[in-house]
Each structure stands twice: as structure tokens, then as C-alpha cells.
Design a protein. Structure first.
Length: 451
């Protein structure tokens, strides 16, 4: 059947040419428009909303796994760790395991979830600027492959926990002094923030020497993470230069050649049409030759590269679906479209001013698109999901809105604010759906009460 949609000159998005064609970034590759609806992984978003209620998150399994495999293909000789903080659940752990990735975890509970799914501990790297004794102990006892040390006290502490017969593999987290990332809150590659040992002032070299002095620890390499949403390769190239220089200093000073170099994650995705992404092929084409060249200059063997993408694997695979609860207009002419989610499932706009798009799904509107402020349902004027959305003039309560690029740092940063309850997550693939996480209910909230 040929599906024809009415054409609105003000709404080129709905031209007949777009019907059935991939929507393109920021949507998952599988996303197709069919009449007023959108299919993701072959499943109708409107049907998912009807079956699971709203707000609901949809995760395109094929998109996740294609992206994970794209890293492995672009960097066949590197270790690719999925950064679990972007989003973790049991299925993600199993997909990453099946697809041959490692995991970067940053809390005892992320580690515990991975272990509970049977993920091999030796393929896990544990991060954190402030790991508790219990977390370090769990990491050591479970045989985590590498622990990234982040303070002088932690080095001594970890050495005391690690067994003598099997030294714990360790990276030193280095601050290379490279500023990159979409917001000051995520720029961890610069001095004067709480992560790592700065190169400047000799802190990083001193940390390496302290690890080398601990017989229960085995220094396997250096680590750095510059920041998030980095769309250019240049910051990574500068980081390579500085990290290789430190490898060379450590060789000259302590006679040690470190076999691994972890450059962290931070690769950008598109949140809105036309925004730049840093795909693994472009990253590899720039970083690998630079690493080889710098190592040759310093007469060092090329260390095994380790990368830790999170957002770039899971971000574009997610779609958030909300129901419109209210529409109102302010005296100054703003149109507010309020939905049944917001800052408790997606704090990113409020925290970082992060930009998104919103799309009406589930019915076809012939009305022209007009500016709308998509707001959440939480008790703050700052709960604005999309300040500059374009939605049909007749958008009304009961309508469904979809926000793409919702897979990373949304559910993983979701909160209990206003006791709205965390939304469910449904995986889709090849026309089938699978509920991965159920909705948080009043019973869940009541269960934490002990009085
Ligand atoms: N490795 C380390 C040590 C990290 O700290 C992070 C992210 C990653 C890897 C993964 O970065 P990705 O490839 O996902 O950008 N909540 C913020 C992002 C915080 C990122 C924290 N660290 C946001 O929503 O933009």
C-alpha cells in the first residue's frame, strides 16, 4: 500500500519523499515514518505508548549493537569498553559481552550489575574519583581487570587490599590539560577539577612512581578522559601527544614501558538534525596514526589503545515518548506544551542546557509547525525539555511526542523527583518488543519505607 501524506509547504518534514525513508540522525537508523507514526526497530511508537503507557523509553537493540561493532571494526587492535554510566541494564551488559566489548564501571552497583549478569570481571575497568573501601574491595575480590587510581591515598589503600600473589592491574588517571566538551560540568581533562592527577606540576608522574613502588599493584597504563560531546578529533590528538610524552618520561625515569593507553570516551552524537557526531572511523583515522607517529618519535612501542565510548553507543538508540498533558499560552505569546515526564527522566536540559528536538507521533496533523516550549511536569519553571520545538499548531492534550537521541545519560541520571517514578524501558528489534525495565510505581516507593 502506498501511503500518501498531505504536503504542507511550511512543513517540509512531511513531504511525500520522507514517507518510509529513514529519518536519519538524530533518530536510530531503523526509524521510518508511516503516516503520522514512526516505526523504530519495526515497532510503532504509538503502539508502544498504548501498550506500556507514557512516559516510556524505547531502545533500538540493533542500533546499540551496530554502534558497538562499529567501534570494534574501526579499532580492531584496541580494547573498546562501553562506559556503563551512559546507561546500564542487564540486557546492555549481555549485548556488550556478546559483541566483545569490555565495560567501564564507576560504582560498586554498576560493577555488581555487570557481575550478576556474568560479565567477565577481567574485561571490566573500574573508575571513580572517590571509591569507597567496599567498592575497591569488591573490585579487587571479583578480579576486575584494571582499577583506575585517582588519588594518592587510593594508591596506598588499594595496595593494602590487593593480594600479594596476584597484583591488581592499575591505570593512573592523568589530567592532560586539554579543555574539551559540551559543558564546563563535563570537562574533566583540565586542571582544577576533582578527577585525576594533573600532568602539570608532576602529579601524574609522581602517582605512577607510587604505583610502581607497590608490589601488590601492576601499572598497566595511563588513562585520561577529556570530556563529553566532543565532535572534533583535535583534542584527542593533543591528548595523545601529552600522554605519549608522559609514557616517555616514565620510561626514561623508571625504565618502565607501559603497554596500555586509555583515552576515555566523550565522542559526540547528534541530538538535532545537522549536528556533528564523532564516529569511530573518523576517530580511528586520526588517533591511530598520531599515536604511532608520537611513539616512533619517542622510540616507544605503540601501546594498546583503550577507548571508553558511552553516549556514542547508546545515545542514538534511545527514543523518549511522552503524552501531552496540557497546552497553554503565555501573555508574551509562548506556547507551552507540557508532557508527562521531564527533568526526573531527563535532567540534561536543566543541567547543561542540552538541546533536543520533539516530534508529534501517533496522528497526522495538517497544521503548520509553530514554535513550542516542551516542558515537563515537575514543580519547577526550569523543567523545560525542548525550549525551541516546532510542533503542529493543533498539538493538544492526549498527543504523543517523541524525543530522539534519548539513550544516554537520561535514564541513568533519572531521579525520584516529585515521586513521578522512573519510566519503563522497552527494547525493540525486527518488529518485536521486549520490556527491559518496568515502570517505577508507588509500591516501589513505599517499599523503601521502614517505619
Ligand atoms: N570514561 C570516563 C572516565 C568518563 O568519565 C566518561 C563519562 C566516559 C568514559 C564516557 O563518556 P561518553 O563517551 O559517554 O561521553 N551527564 C553528562 C555526561 C557525563 C559524562 C561523564 N563521564 C551528559 O549528559 O552530557
Amino acid at each position: 500500500m502506498t501511503v500518501l501524506a498531505p504536503v504542507s509547504p511550511k512543513n517540509p518534514d512531511r513531504s511525500p519523499h520522507a514517507i518510509g525513508a529513514p529519518l536519519g540522525a538524530p533518530w536510530p537508523a531503523s526509524a521510518r515514518r508511516v503516516e503520522g507514526d514512526i516505526l523504530v526497530g519495526g515497532v510503532s511508537l504509538a503502539d508502544l505508548a498504548a501498550r506500556h503507557g507514557t512516559a516510556v523509553y524505547v531502545l533500538d537493540e540493533s542500533e546499540v549493537r551496530t554502534r558497538a561493532l562499529a567501534y570494534r571494526c574501526a579499532l580492531p587492535n584496541a580494547t573498546v569498553l562501553y562506559a556503563a554510566k551512559a546507561f546500564l541494564c542487564g540486557a546492555m551488559v549481555r549485548w556488550m559481552d556478546d559483541d566483545g566489548l569490555g565495560l567501564d564501571v564507576c560504582s560498586g552497583n554498576e560493577l555488581g550489575l555487570a557481575l550478576a549478569q556474568g560479565f567477565p570481571a577481567r574485561r571490566i575497568v573500574m573508575h571513580g574519583n572517590a571509591k569507597s573501601e567496599a567498592e575497591l574491595d569488591l573490585a579487587v575480590r571479583s578480579g576486575v581487570g584494571r582499577i583506575v587510581v585517582d588519588s594518592f591515598s587510593e594508591i596506598a589503600h588499594l595496595a593494602a587490599l590487593a593480594p600479594a600473589d596476584e597484583p591488581q592491574g592499575v591505570y593512573v588517571r592523568v589530567v592532560p590539560g586539554v579543555a574539551a566538551g559540551h559543558h564546563a560540568a563535563v570537562r574533566t581533562g583540565v586542571d582544577d577539577q576533582q578527577f585525576g592527577f594533573p600532568l602539570s606540576g608532576g602529579f601524574a608522574a609522581e602517582a605512577a612512581s607510587r604505583v610502581l613502588n607497590q608490589p601488590h599493584l601492576r601499572l598497566e597504563g595511563l588513562h585520561c578522559h577529556l570530556g563529553s560531546q566532543i565532535s572534533q578529533v583535535e583534542p584527542f590528538l593533543i591528548a595523545v601527544d601529552r600522554m605519549v610524552e608522559l609514557l616517555s618520561t616514565l620510561r626514561d625515569r623508571y625504565g618502565i614501558i607501559l603497554p596500555e593507553l586509555d583515552l576515555g570516551g566523550g565522542h559526540a552524537i547528534a541530538y538535532r538534525p545537522g549536528e556533528p557526531a564523532l564516529d569511530p572511523a573518523r576517530y580511528a583515522a586520526a588517533v591511530l596514526p598520531r599515536l604511532a607517529a608520537r611513539c616512533a618519535e619517542h622510540n616507544l612501542p605503540v601501546p594498546r589503545l583503550v577507548v571508553e565510548p558511552g553516549r556514542a553507543i547508546v545515545g542514538p538508540a534511545g527514543v523518549a515518548l511522552y503524552r501531552v498533558l496540557a497546552v497553554k499560552h503565555s501573555p508574551s505569546g509562548h506556547r507551552f506544551v507540557a508532557v508527562d515526564g521531564g527533568m526526573s527522566d531527563n535532567p540534561r536540559p536543566a543541567l547543561y542546557g542540552a538541546g533536543y528536538t520533539a516530534q508529534l507521533v501517533g496522528r497526522f496533523s495538517r497544521e503548520p509547525l509553530q514554535g513550542a516550549r516542551v516542558v515537563g511536569r515537575h514543580c519547577e519553571a526550569g523543567d523545560v525539555l525542548v525550549p525551541d520545538a516546532l510542533l503542529p499548531e493543533d498539538t493538544r492534550p492526549g498527543d504523543l511526542l517523541a524525543i530522539p537521541a534519548a539513550g544516554a545519560y537520561q535514564l541513568s541520571m533519572s531521579s525520584g523527583y516529585n515521586m513521578v517514578g522512573r519510566p519503563p524501558l522497552v527494547a525493540v528489534r525486527d518488529g518485536a518488543e521486549r520490556l527491559l525495565l518496568r515502570r517505577e510505581t508507588l509500591e516501589d516507593i513505599l517499599r523503601r519505607e521502614i517505619a
